[in-house]
Design a protein around this ligand. Sequence first.
Ligand code: AR6
Ligand code: MG
Length: 308
Amino acid sequence: MTFTLFPDTRLTLARDALAGLSVGDALGSQFFVPGRHPDDLAAGRLPAPPWEWTDDTEMACSVVAELAAAGRIDSDRLALAFAQRCEPYRGYGPGAVTVLRLIRTGTPWPVAAASAFDGQGSCGNGAAMRVAPLGAWHADSTRRAAEQARDSAEVTHAHPEGVAGAVAVAVAASLAARARLDGDRPDPARLLAAVAAALDPAGEVHRGVRRAAALLGHPAAAAADALGNGSRVTAQDTVPFTLWVAATLLHDYPAAIRACVEAGGDVDTTAAIVGGIVAAYTGVGVPGGVPEGWLTAREPLPGWLTAA
Ligand code: AR6
Ligand code: MG
């Protein structure tokens, strides 16, 4: 069934996903502070605000700004936006810092992205971490979500697994946002099967998503053990577990973020990915959604986005 999705609805869905992504990023990165323990979060003891967001949020804000301005991702414009807005102290990956510096100083993005990691291109989780709002924007078409995710990924991540990670997250967020519009929570196995169907079956991210589906119903710690928790900072080691969490806890944003924090690893990025997908379904300030208090504790989003 096709239906008309008006631009203001798309923007609301994308902004809710961005709220969930940025709060997950900002709260998740608090758990790299020495002395902080996941049990605090489980017991309801929140870190003192402000929770500063990192590169995950900075890049996701550029994605949303491009969609809001043009209704679609144009790779050339997005590459420049990423490069010009990059504040390296926000915790960017080393490959990303180099690629963005090359773009800023005039190297075309296809050349810059292809040069990363001795010409392999990056398979870091950075293309996946910023893309959930784009998936939510395309709540009416997983095919379009996948195409535009690829366009948004390739400007920094030339490795096929880095791109696949972004496609997987965008398709999951598209399905989550669609489910919200339909008022119908998707079955976790069906959600993961739909994501897997959008990926190259020869790829590692695809294999990981299939393995995640086989682990539904198991404890989160067992899923993280088998799938990886992002500690390698690659898409392959990050995206399958995040999709397991999002599919399992799509109705409960706080519980989904706690699952990421408890799993350890690249917590700001697993929580950003999961938070973006889950908030596309739950929304903000409603039961099961992004808690208002968490949103207030997060550092405000960049002025250039809120002004737009
Ligand atoms: N071969 C081996 N390792 C790789 C390869 C490759 N071809 N590509 C990437 N890696 P990067 P990102 C590993 O630097 O994807 C921030 O902390 C390598 O260890 O391209 O934007 C964010 O919060 C490399 O350092 O940046 C996210 O957690 C890492 O993947 C993350 O960084 C990241 O790739 C986003 O990183
Ligand atoms: Mg980060």
